[in-house]
Design a binder for this molecule. Structure first.
Ligand SMILES: [Zn+2]
Ligand SMILES: [Zn+2]
Length: 413
């Protein structure tokens, strides 16, 4: 697999994972000059996940991750970035439109003040993106992907939704009235990257840092399905927003991770899309238009006659003895899956590296490969076969339309 980072930028690439870049080295005049920080982080993601596994074995004598859950999470991360092959992210595209047409002032792109303002601004907006993603059911349908693992390790950080960016862009638009897109393009990436390392159980407490920063300890609570964890700790980099807006909870009882109603599957399309279908089915059972609409815009736990966020009395009680869903596969099948997956990871990396010259077959085989890998490994049943056919159909459509779309979006290339 080709590694994008040059020798001089290895340190910068690593530090970008912890937001340890100075304004000097991460300010750019034009959006086109902004590095693809997230894409360049792939080798560091892998390195740190391997390190976490090794430290986990040394500390606990067992594995902190499983093949099935880990690969499902990483594949969700890969799928979530596929739209970027065809277009700039929604967040940046919408941002640039507002900047071009409606900006009120132009903060200087090379000022440290602008950099720090953008740092706070993006993190503040992220708090609200994240809070709405939990409190509005149709947005939760996207974000639940990130919460669907019953494990909590670095791979969980990569379990991202492919549909979430199509809604989250709205929340950042106020910044486009003053902050240049090139500055925003840096901070939106670094904010996301910071949230990688906090997905671990191996770091227990960071002392005074816990007051200000979002840490593994605080984010574990966010991923919990214990009652005290629900709808808490939305912060991205800073936890102060939760302290200010009353959504902070400290870690107490053992956290049990995952969705309140675990999905008990590793079928990657199901993980991404099942909640939309669930919401639709729920909405059609209600009689009034108001109730039908409320199903989508109120909280996921809302029911007719309840407050906006509903209550959690119907939730299964968390006992602390819950065991994550983990069907057993033979070691040889697991090795096969892991090797196959590594090859796909290579293809994925190549796709992004060469996206302007990528041919349609490459894209199509990527679809096919990911799907086959999971078909063979995890859940071979009728429903999955149907989903796979749909998946292949999408792949075929994409492979036919990709060159035309690409030429439209990147006419200069
Ligand atoms: Zn969340
Ligand atoms: Zn998380």
């Amino acid at each position: 697999m080709a590694v994008e980072v040059g020798s001089g930028s290895v340190s910068r690439g690593f530090r970008s994972l912890f937001f340890m870049l100075t304004p000097n080295e991460s300010s750019f005049q034009k959006v086109e000059e902004v590095p693809q920080y997230v894409q360049q982080a792939t080798p560091f993601f892998i390195g740190l996940m391997v390190l976490e596994l090794a430290v986990g074995v040394l500390r606990t004598g067992g594995s902190v991750a499983t093949i099935s859950d880990g690969l499902t999470s990483i594949s969700a991360g890969m799928i979530s970035r596929l739209p970027l092959l065809l277009m700039r992210g929604c967040e940046l595209s919408a941002y640039m439109y507002v900047w071009d047409h409606f900006r009120l002032v132009e903060l200087p792109w090379d000022s440290a003040w602008t950099w720090w303002f953008a740092f706070l601004g993006v993190d503040f907006c992220y708090y609200w993106v994240h809070r709405f993603a939990h409190e509005v059911a149709i947005l939760w349908a996207a974000h639940q992907v990130h919460h669907s693992s019953e494990y909590y390790n670095l791979s969980t950080a990569l379990r991202q939704s492919v549909t979430q960016p199509f809604a989250s862009w709205v929340f950042y638009l106020p910044m486009a009235l003053a902050v240049p897109p090139s500055v925003f393009a840096v901070h939106i990436q670094l904010n996301l990257l910071y949230q990688f390392w906090i997905h671990t159980e191996l770091i227990r407490d960071l002392g005074p840092l816990e007051w200000i920063f979002n840490t593994p300890k605080h984010h574990r609570v966010h991923h919990g399905r214990n009652i005290y964890c629900i709808d808490k700790n939305y912060g991205g980099i800073l936890i102060i927003w939760d302290r200010i807006f009353g959504t902070f909870a400290a870690e107490r009882d053992k956290v049990i991770y995952g969705l309140v109603f675990p999905i008990r599957t590793f079928e990657i399309i199901f993980v991404q899309l099942h909640y939309y279908v669930y919401l639709w089915k729920r909405a059609v059972t209600y009689k009034t238009i108001g109730d039908k609409l409320s199903t989508f815009i109120n909280g996921p736990s809302w029911k007719p006659g309840k407050a906006r966020l509903g209550d959690h009395v119907d939730n299964p009680k968390v006992t602390g003895k819950e065991v994550p869903y983990e069907p057993t596969w033979s070691p040889s099948l697991q090795v096969y899956g892991a090797l196959h997956f590594l090859m796909l990871l290579g293809t994925y990396h190549e796709l992004f590296k060469t996206k302007l010259v990528c041919n349609s077959q490459c894209f199509f085989y990527f679809y096919l490969g990911v799907k086959l890998c999971f078909l063979l490994l995890f859940e071979w049943d009728f429903k999955v076969v149907q989903a796979s056919l749909l998946w292949l159909l999408c792949g075929a459509v994409e492979s036919c339309t990709y060159p035309a779309v690409r030429d439209q979006l990147h006419p200069a290339s």
